[in-house]
Design a protein around this ligand. Structure first.
Ligand SMILES: Nc1ncnc2c1ncn2[C@@H]1O[C@H](COP(=O)(O)OP(=O)(O)OP(=O)(O)O)[C@@H](O)[C@H]1O
Ligand SMILES: [Mg+2]
Length: 446
């Protein structure tokens, strides 16, 4: 969705002609423009106007474009900078990027090249703005507005209007327990208990006595009678987490409770009537366990009256940004610190990461980063190596030319402009490097 008001751009160049051409082009595209013929005027305008992007020439009489770049970087972290220059040299490009220009455009450039560079800068701005403006509205205490989550919310409201059993499937950390609670607390049984039971974490015999309770003397150590989870949950909801981990013997017993709505306390022949809704969850595909004979089909049918599948985080387009905003705010508050933010590059890595542990992993990561990072901005270097290196680049909007250009500039920076070393790193000979520098207009003025 395009915002109604397009970005405000400040054009800085000592050539009136260039300023006019640029602003005309930008106005044609609907951008709001401001202009200055020198750095001092530009700094004044920056102080008075709300700007999004600065396009500045490098060489100007008086203060140079680099000083302007530095001023913007030091004072306006949310403004993007594009550097242009008519005297391209490696040093200039490297300096511009090092000082903090977001991109570099050598003159002469075509209108198309200009708009492309602006398009990339604006896209970056909008992403950043989205993080800052993210509304953390919560549905059933959950964050997320993506299509698959909308479907989940609809299912939660349907399920909470009934007493039917619900089976929740989804990868680990996708929010299965949260959804189970949401269904219970949105239902008419909300004032009755919600009793979570981790079926995978309790050994077989113990699980039985925990679920169904026992009478005094039922087994050695049963010194007094105790109610089980089913009785505790009477009138409310029992949440059987990791249901796939129950033994076949336990499944038979559960089936009986479901059929008869009765539980037998261990050591007693007298059944007790219970009215309990069962919400169960698993991160395994139960239907395939049924096929393998590990899970009883009849129990599966009874548990799976309403089935709800939670999407993994990587399929929840747009939700990561909402969750980031929510979690950064939450953990910063917990630490009594000012809200921490992510740098552009760090944000990009978060958006592209695969998130095998889903929301739980995202939550732990942000918690740790908020605690460990001392500065207000969390940078790429603060991220664990596995995140930094595992990103698959999702945006494929660059030409091979552009990638080559950027890579050469980066390599040159890293080897302090030593062309022999640069050629080695790039795996080409010096002659080829010279040709490429020429092609990319990166050769020295000399
Ligand atoms: N939509 C959401 N908004 C905010 N927080 C969420 C959301 N979904 C899950 N969480 C949080 O993520 C964490 C993991 O959620 P939960 O325990 O419900 O997942 P799970 O699917 O049961 O995971 P596991 O399979 O590991 O048991 C919890 O801290 C939960 O509060
Ligand atoms: Mg869970």
């Amino acid at each position: 969705m395009k915002p109604k008001v397009k970005e405000a751009i400040l054009v800085v160049d000592d050539s009136r002609n260039t300023v006019e051409i640029l602003t005309r082009n930008l106005n044609k595209q609907g951008y709001r423009t401001f202009s200055a013929l020198n750095v001092d005027d530009a700094i004044k305008i920056l102080g008075e106007m709300e700007l999004d992007l600065v396009i500045t020439d490098l060489k100007m009489p008086g203060k140079s474009g680099l000083e302007l770049v530095k001023h913007v970087r030091d004072n306006y972290p949310n403004i993007e900078v594009i550097m242009i220059t008519g005297y391209p040299s490696i040093q200039d490009a490297v300096k511009a990027v090092k000082t903090g220009a977001d991109s570099y455009l050598p003159k002469p450039f075509t209108e198309e090249e200009l708009l492309k560079a602006i398009g990339i800068a604006v896209e970056k701005l909008r992403k950043k703005k989205k993080l800052n403006d993210a509304v953390t509205e919560r549905y059933y205490g959950m964050i997320g507005e993506s299509k698959p989550m909308q479907k989940v919310y609809r299912m939660i409201s349907k399920a909470s209007a009934t007493r039917a059993n619900v089976l929740i499937l989804g990868e680990s950390g996708t929010g299965k327990e949260l959804v189970a609670r949401a269904i219970h607390y949105a239902s008419s049984a909300k004032s009755a208990p919600f009793v979570p039971v981790n079926c995978g974490g309790i050994p077989g015999e113990l699980l039985e006595s925990e679920l169904f309770g026992y009478v005094k003397g039922a087994f050695t150590g049963a010194n007094e009678s105790r109610a089980g989870f089913f009785q505790t949950a009477d009138g409310g909801t029992i949440f059987l987490d990791e249901i796939s981990e129950t033994t076949l013997a336990m499944q038979v017993k559960l089936l009986r409770v479901l059929q008869d709505k009765m539980v037998y306390l261990l050591g007693s022949r007298k059944p007790q009537r219970v009215d309990v809704r069962i919400i169960s969850a698993s991160n395994r595909d139960i239907s395939s366990l049924v096929k393998q004979g590990i899970f009883r089909e009849d129990l599966y049918f009874r548990l799976n009256v309403i089935s709800l599948e939670l999407p993994p985080l990587r399929e929840r387009e747009g939700d990561i940004i909402l969750l980031l905003k929510y979690l950064l705010n939450k953990f910063s508050k917990e630490m009594n610190s000012k809200e921490k933010t992510l740098s552009d590059e760090a944000l990009q890595i978060f958006l592209n990461y695969y998130w095998p542990g889903n929301i739980r992993e995202l939550e732990n990561m942000i918690h740790r980063l908020v605690i460990m990072t001392e500065s207000a901005v969390i940078n790429v270097t603060d991220l664990p190596a596995f995140m930094r290196y595992s990103t698959a680049q999702k945006t494929f909007d660059k030409t091979l030319e552009q990638v080559e250009h950027e890579h050469i500039v980066n390599v040159l920076t890293s080897v302090h402009h030593n062309k022999t070393k640069a050629a080695q790193v790039l795996g080409i000979d010096r002659k080829t490097l010279r040709e490429k520098l020429k092609k990319h207009r990166l050769e020295n003025g000399e």
